[in-house]
Design a protein around this ligand. Sequence first.
Ligand code: TTP
Ligand code: MG
Length: 357
Amino acid sequence: MIKKKRIIFHVDMDHFFTAVEERERPEFKGKPVIVGADPKGGKGRGVVSTCNYEARKFGVRSGMPISRAWKLCPEGIYLPVNYRLYMKVSREIMTVLRKYADKFERWGIDEAFLDVTSKAKDYGEAEALARKIKNEILEKEGLTCSIGVGPNKLVAKIASDFQKPDGLTIVKEEAVEEFLAPLPARKLLWVGRKTEQKLKKIGIKTIGDLANHDPTVLAETFGVMGTQLYLMAHGIDTSEVEERSEVKSISRDTTFEEDTTDFQLVLKTLDNLSEEVHKDALEQNLSFKTITVKVRYENFETHTHSETLPFITNRLQDLKKTARELMHDYLNPNRKIRLVGVKVSNFVSGEKQKTLI
Ligand code: TTP
Ligand code: MG
């Protein structure tokens, strides 16, 4: 049986956290706005969650130390992270998006995949539908998004990032390879920094380089991922848009005021983070199986360590105990710790979950 050609959208909100803040406070419009840790006049030690496009002109980026952001853009408006508000807006946006999709998959707080195959018979209709969605989100929420349209999730995801903000990029099946070829290989979803370095070593910079490489050599170098990379470079992705629990993980992290080897402090902080994460999970009626801790040493070397429990839990004591155990190996009196984090994932939702989004 020949499978019907699909049309997939990937929707990604523009500078999400700061866009919500700007909507609440219109006087911020046109000014550089940064959401994240308190910069404390350049001495703050956390990171930037996100910033608006005005701040990006100064070189500020997500994940950057807030002290560096302050150096680059001292005149910026710095705001704390208001998760509750962003989650609420996120749920409202997902409600709008979901009704346009045959199949819907939330992907992070501000992104979603929509399979619209039955709603758009060709790419002309798909374009009209994408514009309708953009308009509705703008009217209802006062926010802009960027949409990528393509024959599969991979292409749609890369396309939504192609023209931002307020973008709409349509890549028809026959144009896929041409569209992907000039883009850097890291745009492929699973290519992290390490893989990117490895690829560069064998002369691969762009997706086109990867597509033209010998697939056998790729498989020898990268194992199963090599074959996957080769297929992705040709724009091949058969994964379905799948409805799933709308939250993939809940996490919190803290950067210490000073790098520390005070393990009591580290473990106390870990407990506090576990409590916050647990509270969020309870509010969303989520039970979890996997617990992850993150540690960053003073030289920024960062490690994560996970454990998947043999049972599903929503109990604080399980979370605290496991997080402490996982952290144990990282407590080295010769290594100062800069940051710790706790994450829960692998959720199973309760009944209430269904009404969340
Ligand atoms: P993104 O969609 O990656 O970024 P963005 O929406 O801010 O900007 P863009 O216009 O480029 O899409 O992430 C969505 C939100 O997730 C972002 O607003 C803040 C949060 N976030 C973090 O807290 N830390 C991070 O390192 C990143 C990348 C995002
Ligand atoms: Mg976004």
